[in-house]
Design a protein around this ligand. Structure first.
Ligand code: NAD
Length: 497
């Protein structure tokens, strides 16, 4: 039976009146598992009005009570961890363990939101002038909105709404239309955690719904995660409409392998970081640069990657699942073909991959290219598939130059036994998240997710202290209390001391 996905508007789960029906499919066979009616303009507007009304009361709820909602929420998410992961695995095709990881990295942000009171603390200085004290408060903005991608349907919504709401805002989530069932479950549990009506709203749809959020005067801030073109559009349109915007976009992440690195660790780490989750991670390693003698390891890296195979979400031996859609598969295959045509050596070709009994699924086998150069499409485009591009460099300096010339700057890593090489890399590389012998350096929520360059538009990043700054305004108060009411006469100048 096809599931009908629901919106959550003004405290009610509703199917919605929208005539545009979007199918949610199982990427392993492309059969429809659910349908969502894209929200009508009136439904999006109703969600905004309801969130605006809820803000007037939610912002007055004591911070410890807001934190208690988050405490109950993180507990419920943990209690339902497997169940959410199963929904997520079915609509994304991720393996069950990987789906659990997606949920877990979101739970960690909800846990972090429990500590909101200390993160909201302002600053104080006594006696800034005679008998005058200055102190600051952080206050919520109002209605915030989040627009999220398909590839982490639990983690990325959870990067956003728990912290925004713990800060005292209300929030409208517009998740990816390709996997909306997971976000629906997250929202159901948020209601169960005791969040008052209207504090969180869920509207499904595509560009039409997003455009209303981008233009509406009552939306104060937009958090976006998704592809480069859409990220640029969101940033430009949101800021044109005078909103605060943080837009996390696409990536091309390099791993630099020094010849003094531990070879087996390099091989083990590269396999998971490149083709894990079918390469559909914004922090996936898609380019490996082998420095000097390390180039000799390429055949062994290739052999290790060639051994893994995709499979169904509940197949314990599957290394990863299908890509999200036939269009995504077509895109990956055409980039693989372009790589071959442009002269890269295809050491392992996953173009013809299939899984028995699921031949109609969006399978792409692990693919490895060597002899990749920076003018090729497979180097320049974000493939977002299980494809690793291998390059070589004569020195660490040369490798750094390649990475720094990339327009993206989400994540990078270096494998080495040398503290000096690691220090040089972390200092000079122009990328916002650096791993040293760690392939995918995604920071935990007490830090922030700090992509750079074309991978991020805005200034305050996701989660951690930066998210609290993003979702709040600072109010600075300068105060003088007189001991007596004796008037001293008008003061006509700026006080100097
Ligand atoms: P996408 O850009 O197609 O969609 C993201 C969201 O934007 C969805 O909710 C979608 O409905 C909406 N959208 C799509 N087209 C739109 C348009 N023209 N106008 C307004 N809204 C629109 O991205 P995706 O394919 O779902 O996700 C994969 C991309 O996300 C990859 O590029 C990946 O690198 C990126 N990503 C980045 C990060 C990061 O932290 N930098 C994290 C995860 C994913």
């Amino acid at each position: 039976m096809t599931i009908q996905v629901k919106h959550y508007i003004d405290g009610e789960f509703v199917i919605g009146e929208g005539s545009k029906k979007i199918s949610v499919t199982n990427p392993a066979n492309n059969e429809t598992i659910a349908v969502v009616n894209a929200a009508t303009d009136a439904e999006v507007l109703k969600a905004i009005d309801s969130a605006k009304a809820a803000f007037t009361t939610w912002k007055e709820i004591p911070v410890s009570e807001r934190a208690r909602v988050m405490l109950r929420y993180q507990h419920l998410l943990k209690e339902h961890h497997d169940e959410i992961a199963e929904i997520l695995a079915q609509e994304t095709g991720k393996t069950f363990d990987d789906a659990k990881g997606d949920v877990w990295r979101g739970i960690e942000v909800a846990e972090h939101a429990c500590n909101i009171a200390s993160m909201l603390m302002g600053e104080t200085v006594e006696n800034v002038a005679r008998s005058i004290d200055t102190y600051s408060y952080t206050q919520p903005l109002g209605v915030c909105a989040g627009i999220t991608p398909f590839n982490f349907p639990a983690m990325i919504p959870l990067w956003m709404f728990p912290l925004a709401i713990a800060c005292g805002n209300t929030f409208i989530l517009k998740p990816s239309e390709q996997d909306p069932m997971t976000p629906q479950r997250l929202v159901e549990l948020f209601e169960e955690a005791g969040a008052p009506k209207g504090v969180l709203q869920l509207v499904h749809g595509d560009k039409t719904a997003v455009d209303i959020l981008l233009e509406h005067k009552d939306i104060k801030a937009i958090s976006f995660v998704g592809s480069v073109g859409v990220g640029q559009y969101i940033y430009k349109t949101g800021t044109d409409n005078l909103k605060r915007v943080q837009a996390f976009a696409g990536a091309k992440n390099h791993c630099v392998i020094m010849p003094d690195a531990n070879k087996q660790q390099v091989i083990n780490n590269l396999v998971g970081a490149s083709v894990g989750a079918a390469g559909q991670r914004c922090m996936a390693i898609s380019v490996a640069i082998f420095v000097g003698e390390a180039a000799k390891w390429i055949p062994e890296v290739n052999a290790a990657i060639a051994k893994v195979r995709p499979g169904l979400w509940n197949d314990k031996d599957a290394a990863y699942g299908p890509v999200i859609s036939p269009a995504a598969k077509q895109r990956v295959l055409s980039l693989i073909a372009q790589g071959k045509a442009e002269g890269a050596t295809c050491l392992t070709d996953g173009s013809e991959c299939t899984v028995e009994g699921y031949e109609t699924g969006n399978w792409v086998g692990p693919t490895v290219f060597s002899d990749v150069t920076t003018d090729m499409a497979i180097y320049n485009e974000e493939i977002f598939g299980p494809v690793l591009c291998c390059m070589t460099a004569d020195s660490l300096d040369d490798a750094i130059e390649v990475v720094n010339n990339s327009p993206y700057g989400n994540g990078t890593s270096i494998f080495t036994a040398s503290g000096g090489a690691a220090r040089k890399y972390q200092h000079f590389v122009e990328v916002g998240q650096v791993g040293i012998n760690v392939p995918i350096p995604v920071p935990l929520p007490f830090f922030s997710f700090t992509g750079w360059k074309g991978s991020f538009y805005g200034d305050q990043h996701a989660y951690g202290k930066q998210a609290v700054r993003f979702y709040t305004e600072t109010k600075t108060i300068t105060s003088r209390w007189f001991e007596s009411d004796i008037a001293t006469g008008p003061n006509m100048t700026i006080e100097l001391k």
